[in-house]
Design a protein. Structure first.
Length: 502
């Protein structure tokens, strides 16, 4: 965008240069017209002189009679030369009057175009720093957009994985709770359980409740993380993505505003270019007319010189009777000489001015061509930037939509987990209440002795424990509970525990 603003300035500078070239061309044209007016007046006088000489020559031819027949051809040629001179001068003067009449309007158009270009340039220069700072900030935001979006997507993916793990933890908690209930039911429903010592039942429950307390603490930690995840996702969906979209919209508006500037410049330039082209075309047409007039003047000068030579030869042949004709011939000679000098001076002056004016016109055309190229490059760059911006904008919209959908899905999962945990807490509360009842019963029965079971019942219960419990710890605890043995449970192996959490 900084380059685009520089290109805008360059385009306006080129426009000013082109307008300046056309304005200078108008000045040169005025000088050229003034240069043409002076010789045109002299040429008009020459035309009148030639007509007068032609009339005088006809009079002398009539006086000489047969001796003047040699001058008849020269009289007709002189009249034709005077006519051509007069016609050329009339056309040139008409062109000069027309150009003079149209000059104010043409100069006004060129001045308005230059003034508009200066105004636009001043407008850009006055807001240059602000516009470039805004463009730089927008570009920096634009460069960070893919990273921000990637971070958002990565954070959302991480939070989804954490919630999924929390849900898995919920399932594990449910399994462990069901296992505790099974152990409790096994203890309370074992053969001879009515004779169980309350201390033994409490020992089993304490082992299980200790494991359940670990699960409860772990689950609570997971729930705190889940709440943080949901809060982060909500913040991501409601704040960060919205901020990113605002940056995208801001940058898009800035580039579109610049596109409007380019379009405005292009429209103004097209109008300005038409003015320049019209001026250049009209000037070239005028130059072509001037060259034609000068060429005709050159030919007329040569023709007058030839007439002068022929007149001198004819006068010499006639002798003394052609003295008056010889005077007319000398006048024709002076006329031809003056006309030739006048034509040469006009040709030299006009060629110099035409060369200078053509150079100005070429520079104006080059500036116009450069302006077209710069405008095309600005349009292409703006289009490429907007295309890239639209892609990032679409990505941002998609990420925002996916993030909101993920928030809704995870919120639903969290609600399910909360409901399940409330149910699990109710079960845990029941187990804790049962444990407290058993502990109270233990205090009441501290003075009692453990009951001795018959050997047959003992073997039956051992067989039941061996078949019902796969964990060695659980079997030892059950034997201690049922038979009052104060045998500590064996140390579990690496792959074995009272309750396997993970």
């Amino acid at each position: 965008m900084r380059r685009n603003y520089s290109d805008c300035e360059r385009v306006l500078q080129l426009r000013l240069e082109a307008a300046g070239g056309v304005a200078e061309l108008l000045t040169r044209e005025q000088e050229l017209l003034e240069e043409l007016e002076r010789p045109s007046r002299a040429q008009q006088s020459t035309s009148r002189t030639a007509r007068i000489l032609a009339v005088m020559l006809r009079i002398e031819i009539a006086r000489l009679g047969r001796d003047g027949e040699g001058f008849t051809y020269m009289s007709g040629e002189l009249e034709q030369a005077s006519y051509r001179i007069s016609q050329g001068v009339d056309v040139l003067q008409e062109m000069i009057r027309a150009r003079h009449a149209s000059t104010p309007a043409r100069k006004l158009r060129v001045d308005e175009s230059r003034a508009q270009a200066r105004k636009n340039l001043a407008l850009i220069e006055s807001g240059r720093e602000l516009a470039l700072d805004r463009a730089d900030r927008a570009l920096n935001d634009f460069e960070r957009l893919p990273l921000s979006l990637d971070e958002c997507v990565q954070e959302a993916s991480t939070n989804i994985a954490r919630v999924t793990s929390a849900v898995q933890m919920q399932d594990l908690t449910r399994q462990q709770t069901e296992h505790v209930e099974a152990v409790l039911q096994a203890v309370m429903g074992a053969p001879g359980s009515s004779n169980l010592h309350p201390t033994h039942v409490a020992a089993v429950l304490r082992v299980q409740l200790e494991q359940m307390e670990n699960i409860r603490r772990t689950t609570s930690n997971w729930f705190e993380e889940i709440e943080q995840c949901v809060s982060s996702i909500l913040r991501l969906g409601d704040t960060e993505l919205l901020a990113i979209m605002e940056q995208i919209v801001c940058l898009q508006n800035s580039i579109e505003e610049q596109g409007l500037w380019v379009a405005k410049f292009e429209g103004e330039f097209e109008q300005h270019d038409r003015v320049n082209e019209e001026e250049l075309s009209e000037f070239e047409s005028m130059m072509s007319m001037v060259r034609g007039h000068l060429d005709q003047s050159q030919k007329t000068s040569e023709h007058l010189q030839l007439l002068n030579l022929n007149s001198m030869v004819a006068a010499h042949n006639v002798g003394s009777q052609a003295a008056s004709v010889l005077q007319i011939t000398n006048s024709i000679s002076r006329l031809a000489t003056d006309w030739r000098g006048l034509t040469l001076r006009s040709v030299q002056s006009m060629e110099h001015m035409i060369t200078a004016a053509t150079s100005r016109g070429d520079r104006a055309r080059e500036a116009s061509d450069s302006t077209r190229t710069a405008i095309a490059a600005m349009q292409q760059e703006s289009k490429s930037t907007l295309d890239a911006l639209r892609s990032v904008s679409e990505l941002g919209v998609r990420c925002q939509h996916e993030g909101q959908q993920s928030v809704l899905q995870m919120q639903g999962r969290v609600n399910q987990v909360n409901q399940s945990m409330r149910e699990l807490r109710n079960v845990l509360d029941g187990i804790v209440a049962a444990s407290e009842d058993i502990a109270h019963a233990v205090k009441l029965s501290e003075s009692r002795h453990p009951l001795q079971l018959p050997e047959s019942d003992r073997r039956e219960i051992e067989a039941y424990c061996e078949g019902s419990y796969t964990s060695e710890i659980e079997r030892h605890v059950m034997r201690a509970v049922l038979f009052g043995e104060d045998i500590p449970p064996p140390v579990p192996s690496a792959n074995e525990g009272a309750i396997e959490l993970f």
